[in-house]
Design a protein around this ligand. Structure first.
Ligand code: SAH
Ligand code: SF4
Ligand code: F3S
Length: 339
């Protein structure tokens, strides 16, 4: 049977997709194109409604072409029901998929050749707008030994792969890597000390967990990339509070100052949400102000999308799409254009 794995959402999904492809190949499936595949596996993302809608549209087209569709990863309970009604089969993990497909227990080695290494899954932060804690569950850190073993294996593959002039990169993944249970700074040091010429990147970071030991590790460890993703989300204290982001604009800026002084070549990237319920023009201008002060090299700017089941859902979606678009454009011009 020919299959295709479709991925939307973050790098966690990309990593899981590469493992799913290995699993399917070991079960005798053949990787193929969207056109030729008889069965399509979707790794879904629910972070914004637009992503969900897009997937629903594509499912319709694929089903029209007679393809069988399976879905996994970040799906809300409501959407699970919707997908099931449309004849799409949801599965939670490889075990459940094996049962559904009637696969016999097969032995397979789930090492992907991607550069991603998840160090933790889930999230405990419950930012009021965000669905991730509901779709991915609570934070769970992998053991340091397990991570080191996986990184070592990746590094040993590096020598056999052509990277041109670029150094190979290891990207540590987690919704909130700096709250890694067994010490993020220590983990960085252990990976840095492994032999080989490679770069260590990581994402995402929560400002509240970006403590001095992590900043020092970034500054001192030569293999650690000096480009840090530090989601701001908003520059107004009122909105940050409503978002359940436990820092003020002032505290965020202090953190940035500390990074800039200890890591002279640091580049900062960020995530921002525009049009959160109650965000006035004045609040938005606070975000603009913080962005100007920081000088981000890149920002992922997101228009607020209400997610059923999250705390801020009850606030509705009072800001018009056109106004969100206007604010988006202002920040996009400020940060992402003229580069
Ligand atoms: N754990 C990561 C982010 C995961 S979601 C972190 O905290 O950095 C990626 C981004 O999507 C978030 O940073 C946020 O900017 C955006 N996002 C999450 N929920 C959203 C929503 N309901 N509407 C619009 N953007 C949202
Ligand atoms: Fe969502 Fe906040 Fe967790 Fe990031 S830290 S995944 S934005 S709840
Ligand atoms: Fe989306 Fe799930 Fe990642 S909701 S952003 S794919 S953790």
């Amino acid at each position: 049977m020919k299959f295709l794995v479709e991925t939307i959402g973050c790098q966690q999904n990309e990593y899981d997709a590469s493992r799913l492809a290995i699993f399917l190949k070991s079960a005798g499936f053949i990787k193929s194109t969207a056109k030729e595949a008889g069965v399509i596996f979707i790794l879904a993302c629910s972070v914004r409604q637009m992503a969900v809608d897009r997937i629903i549209g594509r499912i319709r087209n694929w089903q029209r072409d007679g393809k069988k569709i399976y879905i996994t990863a970040c799906v809300t309970d409501d959407d699970k029901k919707k997908f099931t009604k449309k004849g799409v089969t949801y599965f939670k993990d490889f075990d459940e998929l094996s049962n559904i497909l009637g696969l016999k227990a097969i032995s397979y080695k789930l090492t992907a050749d991607s550069c991603y290494v998840p160090i933790m899954t889930g999230c405990n932060n419950f930012c009021s707008y965000c669905i991730v804690p509901y779709t991915r569950g609570r934070e769970k850190s992998r053991s340091t030994n397990e991570i080191i073993k996986e990184v070592t294996q990746l590094i040993s593959n590096f020598s056999t792969v052509q990277y041109g002039s670029e150094k190979p990169k290891i990207i540590l993944l987690g919704q909130n890597v700096n709250s890694y249970e067994y010490g993020f700074a220590e983990l960085l040091k252990k990976i840095n000390d492994l032999p080989g010429d490679f770069i260590i990147s990581f994402m995402s970071n929560h400002p509240k967990d970006m403590k001095a030991d992590v900043i020092d590790a970034i500054a001192k460890l030569p293999k650690v990339n000096k480009e840090i993703h530090l989601p701001l989300q908003a520059g107004s204290d009122k909105i940050l509070k409503a978002m359940n982001r436990p820092y003020t604009a002032e505290e965020y800026l202090r953190l940035v100052e500390s990074l800039k002084s200890k890591v002279p070549k640091v580049k900062l990237t960020t995530d921002i949400i525009v049009g959160f319920p109650g965000e006035t023009e004045e609040d938005f201008q606070q975000t603009v102000k913080v962005c100007k002060k920081v000088g981000f090299s890149l920002a992922y700017i997101n228009k607020y999308s209400p997610r059923k089941g999250t705390a801020s859902y009850k606030l509705g979606d009072p800001i018009a799409w056109s106004e969100k678009q206007r604010r988006w454009k202002i920040l996009d011009n400020l940060i992402n254009k003229n580069k």
